[in-house]
Design a protein around this ligand. Structure first.
Ligand code: NAP
Length: 487
């Protein structure tokens, strides 16, 4: 047996309260991107298993929604406690299947535990309204009602966090759920499911299916049991799902791609700005939807910022995320590393200058290690400026005027996150008001937290996760009107 399954009790699907294999016994090898070895074989189901999971969720729904939010909250809170107790083991699995350094993996698990706990409480605040009538003898109220059985699809870059943001609010709202993680990172979510089961989750309330995306996605779209799809992933797949949802007017929430600008103003210390920028950029190798990916630096501080950014990027310790002191792990897969090489080559051919990195690290025989890369002389037309890079590349650009940089920053189909580095309150407000992004970090490269809304404008998504909005996404508003007797 492999090292990761030594910490996870299962590598199987979880349907209707049972751990189970795929119907046809098929498994998929999960690859460690640092060693290219198979971490574990995971059960790999398909459409039939997804259908059974939806049916189980449908059966479980009446009893689950009848429980009080307080009762449901107890299970979510206990899940959070167990995740904290088991954080080291879950983080180790996460590092082995995804690549991020252990400290980042543990932070992801703890953040996700906080998300469970926060929604355990927020479920108690699914308030309706009492609305003053315009006609004597009438009374109007609204009450909240769970949307129904939910299907949750998530990518590989934050395999615990991105499901926690769906499972916790859906269950808190009284919905039941079928989760489909990315095929290559199911193991740490299986460990989260073990926490939910040990916390007392009733059979069918949350189900886990791993398998081919198209088959499972089609079942979610075509099966009327599924009343909502909550999807995190690429804008392209998100659009397909949105189109597919139209046929049954299924509710849909979309958390999609981003291309965040990071804007450095001259009033603040450029070296501190470079430190914040490098921290934000190379977290999880730039494979973060809200990662800063276009760096606009004011001309007055460009030289100092550039020198500092190159120095910090060069100093980052690259290696297997399980090793002490490693700050940047491997990229998630070979294809991602090749795409990064292509992006760098495209920029180089169009005149960009590579200040550090730009290639696969030659220090490793195995693994998808790419050197943290900083580039300058980057034109607006290069691919890494127009496509979401999702890579450890830091293209530096310059600007002089605030209005011009707002225009440049907004000149993209994405609108997920944006970052501003300044100590000038007026500049900060102007930027916050002018930038077209759902999440804006002012001197804050890591803004996500359970109690604040997370989501994008434009083609970066539809709806918000976390915060009060994150609960609302799993609730319908029912309006109830009473006509009283005259006497
Ligand atoms: P992806 O290809 O869209 O895959 C994401 C998930 O969708 C995976 O579980 C995948 O399954 C599944 N999937 C793929 N094709 C599908 C289909 N036709 N029907 C149903 N499900 C399907 O995304 P990715 O490239 O792996 O992930 C990176 C993207 O996610 C980036 O664009 C990033 O910005 C975005 N992202 C957004 C957020 C946010 O909160 N806004 C957060 C993180 C990442 P398989 O793994 O089995 O193929």
């Amino acid at each position: 047996m492999t090292t990761a399954t030594a910490t996870a009790r299962h590598s199987r699907l979880y349907i209707d309260g049972q751990w189970c294999d795929a119907d046809n016994g098929r498994t998929l090898g999960v690859i460690n991107p640092a060693t290219e070895e198979v971490v574990a074989e995971v059960a790999y189901g398909g459409r039939a298993e997804a259908r059974r999971a939806l049916e189980a969720a449908q059966r479980a729904m009446p009893a689950w929604m009848k429980q009080t939010a307080w009762e449901r909250g107890k299970i979510l809170k206990r899940t959070a406690e167990l995740m904290r107790e088991r954080a080291d083991a879950i983080a180790r699995t996460l590092t082995m299947e995804q690549g991020k350094p252990l400290a980042e993996a543990k932070a992801e698990v703890l953040h996700s535990a906080d998300t469970f706990e926060w929604f355990a409480e927020e479920g108690k605040r699914a308030y309706g309204d009492v609305i003053p009538p315009s006609v004597a003898g009438k009374r109007h109220v609204t009450v909240k009602h769970p949307v129904g059985v939910v299907a949750a699809i998530s990518p590989w870059n934050f395999p615990v966090t991105l499901q926690a943001r769906k499972i916790a609010p859906a269950l808190a709202a009284g919905c039941t759920i079928v989760c489909k993680p990315a095929s290559q990172t199911p193991l740490c979510l299986i460990q989260v499911f073990e926490c939910m089961v040990d916390a007392g989750l009733p059979a069918g309330v949350a189900n886990l299916v791993v398998g081919p995306a198209q088959d499972i996605g089609d079942e979610f779209l075509e099966n009327p049991i599924c009343r909502k799809i909550t999807f995190t992933g690429s804008t392209e797949v998100g659009k397909q799902i949105m189109r597919g949802c139209a046929d049954q007017v299924k509710r849909v929430s979309l958390e999609l791609g981003g291309h965040a600008p990071f804007i450095v103003f001259p009033d603040a210390d450029p070296e501190i700005g470079a430190k914040i920028a490098v921290t934000g950029k190379f977290r999880n190798n730039g494979q973060v939807c809200i990662a800063p990916s276009r760096f606009y630096v004011h001309k007055d501080v460009q030289k100092k910022f550039t020198e500092a950014a190159v120095e910090f990027a060069r100093a980052l310790k690259l290696g297997n995320g399980l090793e002490n002191g490693v700050e940047v792990g491997p990229m998630f897969e070979k294809k991602a590393m090749q795409q990064t090489l292509d992006l760098v080559e495209d920029a180089r051919q169009r005149g960009a200058k590579i200040l550090t990195g730009g290639k696969r690290s030659d220090r490793f025989d195995k693994g998808y290690f790419f050197e943290p890369t900083v580039l300058t002389n980057v034109s607006g037309e290069v691919r890494m400026m127009t496509e979401e890079p999702f890579a450890p590349v830091m293209p530096l650009l310059d600007f002089s005027r605030l209005d011009d940089v707002i225009q440049a920053a907004n000149n993209t189909r994405y609108g997920l996150a944006a970052y501003v580095f300044t100590n000038d309150l007026t500049v900060a407000w102007r930027m916050a008001e002018g930038l077209e992004a759902g999440i804006i970090g002012i001197n804050d490269p890591v803004p996500a937290t359970p109690q604040c809304p997370f989501g994008g404008m434009k083609e970066s998504g539809l709806g918000r996760e976390l915060a009060h909005e994150g609960l609302e996404a799993y609730l319908e508003t029912k309006y109830v009107s009473f006509k009283l007797r005259d006497s």
